[in-house]
Design a protein. Structure first.
Length: 102
């Protein structure tokens, strides 16, 4: 039976990292946001293949989260690369993971 595979833990207040993933996977992120800090009330999610350079560009934004609770986003469907730079931009208290899903 297919199942999710965690690739990397995610935690606030800001989070960014390179994530390695096998080609052909569906890469997603789930975070439970308990609260926001620093005057922020949103978290913007960005993903860019291969490089961090310019990753905070709107063309790489895949989601904007508001409010507390569970949040999900598709980062890359049927991945074509093996490394992605993922950013959760906005001060938040919470945790989750980047994962693959069949």
């Amino acid at each position: 039976m297919p199942y999710n595979t965690d690739l990397m833990p995610v935690y606030g207040p800001y989070w960014q990292n390179y994530v390695s993933v096998p080609k052909g996977e569906n890469m997603k992120v789930h975070v439970y946001i308990e609260s926001f800090g620093g005057g922020a009330n949103t978290v913007k999610v960005y993903v860019k293949p291969n490089s961090a350079a310019g990753a905070l560009n709107d063309k790489y934004k895949v989601a904007t989260w508001t409010g507390t609770g569970h949040h999900w986003a598709d980062l890359a469907i049927n991945t074509q690369y093996t490394k992605y730079y993922v950013i959760l931009w906005g001060a938040f208290n919470g945790s989750g993971a980047v994962y693959t899903e069949p």
